[in-house]
Ligand binder design. Structure first.
Ligand code: SAH
Ligand code: SF4
Length: 348
């Protein structure tokens, strides 16, 4: 089992955003700690310039334990999948996806997921529990530490995407605090545009988004413009229909040059026809939209299949006619079940 913070006496340092820490310590001590743990990413508490009193307060009141890496699988394309063990023995996965000389880190937000999408390996697990802030932050720190130890000099994590296990908007508070910590200029200082939260369209979370999530990117898993097909893929579409989801998204203020990403999972002979593409084009035409086409990634026991490349390319050509920027997502890490929707950490 991963180490736990002892009893209720200590709180995890990694659960606190800058404002909370500055209220408990002083603004200068909070800045030193954020810099030490999140910018320099040092785990030991050997701070410089922190008074003796502050240091003993920190050691008495905060716990610095992180989850542990249980298993690492490296793919031929340099994708790295981590199986991470939490204090209660639950496991989640995070994935480092290489591009140029940098990485995107795909983060999990829950153990399992309640949404039960028919095409998703995680969905077959059901929801076990929400991740705590420190367990989300822990994925980032552990991935960085692993890179430092195993791929020295090649350790830049540039983007964070909440596209691992779980529905991030179903664990809104923890995901929001984790974003605040990632964004803090005193710490990791990751740019707003470098963080993306992907949602299946969980409306209660989306309604809180514009007021509470500080300007990071949003991706909606669309997968079909037709309600009946979307119902089959994403069961919560029956409760929170696409029209309402799109209306809510349209009211989210966007920064200059910011887009909403619409992810479209392409499944052979299910939602990959010209008619599907045209309806999608009509639905998104004129919106500040960017479409990511994701060829279906098979997993053990899945009934769906991935379409051939020429079908995927044809789908993109149709969307091009509607002048919506569209990208076919290159599949990475699928040889080690680390691609989107292939994450499943239930005991086998
Ligand atoms: N719960 C969130 C984020 C995690 S899933 C969401 O659903 O958006 C991240 C992305 O992977 C989503 O777009 C999801 O639809 C996609 N995905 C799930 N299963 C997949 C599979 N088998 N193949 C390809 N993409 C998949
Ligand atoms: Fe959950 Fe997203 Fe998988 Fe659906 S696709 S079951 S929302 S993780």
């Amino acid at each position: 089992m991963g180490p736990a913070c002892e009893g209720f006496l200590k709180k995890s340092f990694y659960s606190l955003d800058f404002k909370q820490l500055e209220m408990e310590l002083s603004p200068s001590a909070a800045a030193i700690l954020f810099n030490h743990h999140y910018k320099k990413r040092i785990q030991e508490q050997d701070y410089k310039d922190v008074s003796k009193e502050a240091l003993s307060y920190i050691k008495e009141n905060y716990c610095f334990k992180l989850p542990v890496i249980d298993k690492v699988v490296e793919s031929e394309d340099r994708t790295v999948k981590f199986l991470i063990e939490l204090a209660d023995g639950s496991k989640v996965e995070s994935v480092l996806i290489p591009f140029q000389n940098k990485y995107s880190l795909c983060l999990s937000s829950q153990v399992g997921c309640a949404m039960n999408c028919s095409f998703c390996f995680t969905g077959t697990q059901g929801l076990k529990r929400n991740l705590k802030v420190e367990e989300i932050i822990g994925q980032f720190l552990l991935a960085h530490q692993w890179l430092r130890e195993n791929r020295a000099g090649d350790e830049r994590i540039l983007n964070l995407v909440f596209m691992g296990q779980g529905e991030p908007l179903h664990n809104f508070d923890a995901v929001k605090t984790a974003c605040d910590i990632f964004l803090s200029k005193y710490g990791a200082s990751i740019g707003h545009q470098k963080i993306t939260i992907s949602t299946s369209g969980y409306l209660p979370g989306l309604k809180r988004w514009s007021k509470e999530i500080p300007g990071v990117n949003l991706a909606l898993s669309l997968h079909s413009p037709f309600s009946q097909k979307r119902d089959e893929l994403i069961p919560i579409n029956k409760k929170y229909p696409l029209e309402e989801v799109l209306k809510t998204i349209e009211n989210i203020p966007l920064a200059r040059k910011q887009f909403i990403t619409y992810e479209y999972l392409l499944i052979k002979d299910f939602n990959d026809s010209e008619e599907d593409a045209r309806k999608t084009g009509e639905l998104l035409k004129g919106k500040t939209a960017y479409i990511n086409l994701i060829p279906f990634n098979p997993f053990p026991g899945s009934a769906f299949k991935r379409p051939e490349l020429k079908i995927t390319e044809r789908f993109k050509e149709v969307l091009d006619e509607y002048q919506i920027p569209t990208l076919i997502r290159v599949v990475k890490g699928d040889d080690v079940l680390a691609a989107c929707g292939q994450l499943n950490s239930s005991p086998s």
